[in-house]
Design a protein around this ligand. Structure first.
Ligand SMILES: CC(C)(COP(=O)(O)OP(=O)(O)OC[C@H]1O[C@@H](n2cnc3c(N)ncnc32)[C@H](O)[C@@H]1OP(=O)(O)O)[C@@H](O)C(=O)NCCC(=O)NCCS
Length: 181
């Protein structure tokens, strides 16, 4: 299934995307507050791709802008009993940061989670210093739930992790408001 937004198109990640994904996911700026700060090779990425395809609890999308693969997003840990999942995103092409791509991709995945997977709750974890991402999540209606202190060590020091979530009812209220505007 393809999710088409105004500028952003979400589609299946293909093997042909993996070389660019490796390039993006080795970039220290992309990795500043995301992923694993370790060297990532093609074999690692192919192994991730194969695992992801076998995992019923994962829905992954490639983010495409003007026909170009620019990053990835999706839902993990999908639980159909408790109707919850964790959302994640990276825009690997830094030249387009700040142009609304991350926000639009997130909104498309959220809509997919609530409208097609019948989720009740979508949550995320974000480093407390990832102010750009936090701004995006707050703008989309994610509520702050808590702060886990000193959970991860990187850049030579400890970092806090914030938990945020949005419930289906909140998402629908916001969507109805947008239609009425
Ligand atoms: C976080 C990320 C997905 C955002 O994508 P994006 O395409 O740049 O997002 P958008 O352009 O939709 O929105 C960025 C918003 O942050 C704001 N912003 C930019 N830098 C900021 C900063 N340092 N602090 C606070 N807000 C900031 C922008 O003004 C914009 O807000 P606006 O739309 O109200 O003007 C992208 O930067 C990314 O992939 N980063 C690396 C990986 C990562 O951190 N992923 C998230 C892990 S939880």
């Amino acid at each position: 299934m393809i999710l088409q937004g105004k500028r952003v198109r979400l589609r299946a990640t293909e093997r042909d995307d993996l070389p660019l994904a490796v390039q993006y996911l080795n970039d220290p700026e992309v990795l500043m507050w995301f992923g694993q700060p370790a060297p990532l090779g093609m074999d690692d990425e192919i192994a991730w791709y194969e695992r992801m395809r076998q995992d019923d609890g994962v829905i992954n999308f490639a983010i495409e802008v003007e026909g170009r693969y620019v990053g990835g997003c999706g839902l993990t840990g999908i639980n159909h009993v408790h109707r919850r999942a964790e959302i994640g995103i990276f825009v690997g092409d830094k030249s387009i940061w700040g142009r609304g791509v991350g926000s639009e991709a997130m909104a498309l995945v959220m809509g997919y989670g609530f409208d097609y997977l019948n989720l009740h709750r979508i949550f995320l974890r974000v480093f407390a210093e990832n102010t750009r991402a936090i701004h995006v999540y707050e703008s989309l209606g994610f509520q702050h739930e808590g702060r886990f202190r000193d959970t991860e060590w990187r850049h030579g020091r400890w970092h806090d992790m914030l938990y945020m979530s949005v419930l289906e009812t909140e998402w629908r209220q916001r969507s109805a408001g947008k239609v009425a505007d």
